[in-house]
Design a binder for this molecule. Structure first.
Ligand code: PLP
Length: 394
């Protein structure tokens, strides 16, 4: 039957898909999903957390990213959230109820501490902060109300590498859940679930996206019941993600292996070479033998990524802002994982509450990008030379 124009315009013509096979990820967009029958519509709830019922809860593009992350994390289930911070918040809100508490490390991503202090605490959910190097000593902090131990390793600015297998073992023996913010390593360099963590979290915004143009986070896990509870929290809060962003993340994953091994090599090389510069008090990089937790890194990780920190000699502070303004290749900025190299001046002394920060000088957090390493070295060594304290030789 011939449709009138105003009917035709809302019906997409069928086209032949036979013989079309693309290597690219198809982007399936949807709010509404339609059903072949009234019965199928009535039964849509029976499709479960992996079925399609509404675009908010996932399209084939979202499911493809979930499946790819599950494969890389050695997980059975993954969910995609609008940001790394959203992934952490949704996990905490799923597990924790009034009267419970969560343990977080003193080097945790700062927004997580803020979430605990300013959102969870007023709702009766407690948190305790632990020394990131605590290892099996975490057992002493587990109380009857402790439901979750959150870890982040290496700490994303201070770079300590915790003994995560020891924490996972103690937690499991005491029936406490564990989760790991694995953003620095990505599942290519470390797989939290393989060492006994219950939840692996990634800020896909960083290395997975890889181009500083998307925001997404993920949670991966093996337990079916927790997976269903997380999905249910997302439904109740109305959380979903754009399939376009998921397709970009899938594209980013395709090149993540070569990007990480390239920038990991450069960051490790620079970390070694920077140590001897007079403006440098200490380099914080897991591949250096004096980095707290270096032995854990060697044991548990298969390599380094591109983020590390430079602790400046204390008397460099005055010249810092001007010297940063003279950078040509590095951009000044805080996020990381994209193609451009970034540098961010930071101070950690105020951020710590249970483990005093041992360094006096300010910190430069560096994220190596994809530029020519010789240009990067020129820029960085010029910066540090400009910061050389008066009277220092060399
Ligand atoms: C960036 C980051 C987050 C938060 O991710 P967003 O997508 O920016 O919300 C969490 N943890 C670590 C270690 C990060 O670097």
């Amino acid at each position: 039957m011939m449709m009138k124009d105003l009917t035709q315009v809302v019906h997409h013509p069928q086209v032949n898909e036979q013989g079309f096979a693309s290597l690219a990820v198809p982007v399936y967009r949807a709010s509404t999903i339609i059903f072949d029958s009234a019965q199928a519509y009535a039964d849509r709830k029976d499709r479960g957390p992996d079925g399609y019922s509404y675009g908010l809860h996932g399209t084939p593009t979202t499911k493809m990213l979930e499946a790819q992350l599950s494969a890389l994390e050695r997980a059975d289930h993954s969910v995609i959230l609008p940001s790394g911070q959203a992934a952490i918040a949704i996990l905490f809100l799923t597990i924790l109820k009034a009267g419970d508490d969560v343990l977080i490390p003193d080097n945790v991503y700062p927004a997580v501490r803020g979430f605990c202090q300013d959102y969870l605490a007023p709702r009766g959910i407690g948190h305790r902060i632990y020394d990131p190097m605590i290892g099996a000593g975490i057992g002493d902090l587990i109380g009857p109300a402790t439901r979750l131990i959150w870890t982040e390793s290496p700490g994303s600015t201070s770079m300590e590498v915790g003994d995560l297998p020891a924490i996972a073992e103690v937690a499991r023996a005491r029936s406490v859940l564990t989760g790991c913010d694995n953003t620095w390593a990505t599942p290519l360099l470390f797989k939290p679930l393989n060492i006994g963590m219950d939840f692996a979290m990634e800020a896909l915004t960083k290395y997975v996206g890889g181009h500083s143009d998307l925001l997404l986070g993920s949670l991966s896990l093996r337990d079916r019941a927790w997976y269903e509870r997380i999905r249910s929290t997302m439904r109740m809060l109305g959380i979903g993600v754009s399939p376009e962003d998921c397709a970009l993340a899938l594209r980013g994953i395709e090149t993540m292996g070569v990007r990480i091994s390239h920038i990991g090599g450069i960051s490790t090389d620079f970390a070694h070479r920077l140590q001897s510069m007079p403006a440098v008090a200490k380099i914080l990089h897991p591949a250096l033998s004096d980095c707290p937790g270096h032995d854990h890194w060697k044991r548990d990780f298969s390599g380094a990524s591109g983020v590390f920190s430079v602790v400046l000699a204390p008397d460099c502070d005055g010249a810092l802002d001007q010297a940063l303004g003279a950078l040509h290749v590095f951009a000044i900025g805080a996020s990381w994982g994209g193609s451009r190299s970034l540098i961010a001046p930071m101070s950690l002394a105020q951020a710590r509450t249970v483990t005093p920060w041992p360094h006096v000088g300010r910190l430069l957090r560096i994220s190596i990008g994809l530029e020519d390493p010789a240009d990067l070295w020129d820029d960085l060594s010029r910066l540090l030379t400009a910061l050389t304290p008066v009277g220092a030789d060399g």
